[in-house]
Design a protein around this ligand. Structure first.
Ligand code: AKG
Ligand code: FE2
Length: 258
């Protein structure tokens, strides 16, 4: 990915320049280049991450030439990693190793790359506000700058970058199908006075997974003592309802509680 960062640097610097026209905020740089839209909550975003999503990936020419190849290669590697991860998660739940893959958890993949320019007044804003990811699992690659925080035991804990390591986040849909055996994690990204910072998120189970399949707590995990905690929903509906609500700390999981 270092080549990706290097090649994109020119564009990213241009975006940093553009961001000076707005007050303190971060720019989310999404691989499908478009135009900058200031969003409420102190963020700006460039088009939609679903633009770089599988199983319906964009035509290569829709991606910027500078990162077209690497985004496709990275997606292919992430799909392999996804199979491995969902195999491990299945085993951790005491299921057949192929269970989560057969449920389609690793089929929908969205890649979004975020760009956070150095901010002169980082206390006034956030890179990404408090949220949990919506899909099954997110694999996050972050550079050396840092800024990711996880909400744990009632406080924000820094999640400093470790060279060569990927961060694996459990998302809301995984909490739903695992009937709370895995809990989605609330996190946010700060901006820093140093930077820029770049991160690349690979979302498994993004809204690109347009299946009509209803996802509900996995039957094999249920018992009389452990009845289903949630109603079933399609991935698409889950995303739709979550986006309607907007990004904040309240997951729509609470509205699906039985
Ligand atoms: O940039 C980061 O560290 C976090 C990104 C993130 O939370 C997301 O894309 O959902
Ligand atoms: Fe996130």
């Amino acid at each position: 990915m270092s080549e990706f960062f290097w090649i994109c640097n020119f564009i990213l610097e241009a975006l940093a320049f553009l961001s000076k026209f707005f007050s303190s905020f971060s720019v989310r740089f999404l691989v499908s280049l478009g135009f900058v839209l200031p969003l409420p909550g102190g963020e700006a975003r460039l088009l939609d991450p679903a633009e770089a999503a599988l199983p319906d990936p964009p035509a290569p020419e829709q991606l910027p030439a500078c990162c077209r190849g690497i985004v496709m290669d990275y997606s292919a590697e992430m799909l392999k990693l996804g199979d491995l991860l969902f195999g491990l998660f299945s085993e951790a739940l005491g299921l057949d190793p192929a269970h989560l893959k057969e449920m389609g958890c690793s089929e929908g993949l969205g890649i979004a790359s975020h760009y956070y320019p150095a901010c002169p007044q980082p206390d006034l804003t956030l890179g990404i506000a408090r949220h949990s990811d919506l899909g099954f699992v997110t694999v996050l690659l972050q550079d050396h700058v840092g800024g990711l925080q996880v909400f744990r035991r009632d406080r924000w804990v820094d999640f400093p970058p470790t060279p060569g390591a990927l961060v694996v986040n459990v998302g809301d849909m995984f909490q739903l199908i695992s009937n709370d055996k895995f809990k989605s994690v609330e996190h946010r990204a700060l901006v820093r006075s140093v930077g820029p910072r770049v991160s690349v998120a690979a979302f498994f189970g993004n809204e690109g997974l347009s299946t009509s399949r209803i996802y509900e707590p996995i039957k094999e995990l249920l018992s009389e003592d452990d009845p289903p905690k949630y109603h079933g929903i399609t991935v698409r509906d889950f995303f739709f309802r979550s986006f309607q609500k907007g990004i904040d700390s309240s997951s729509i999981l609470s509205r699906l509680k039985r």
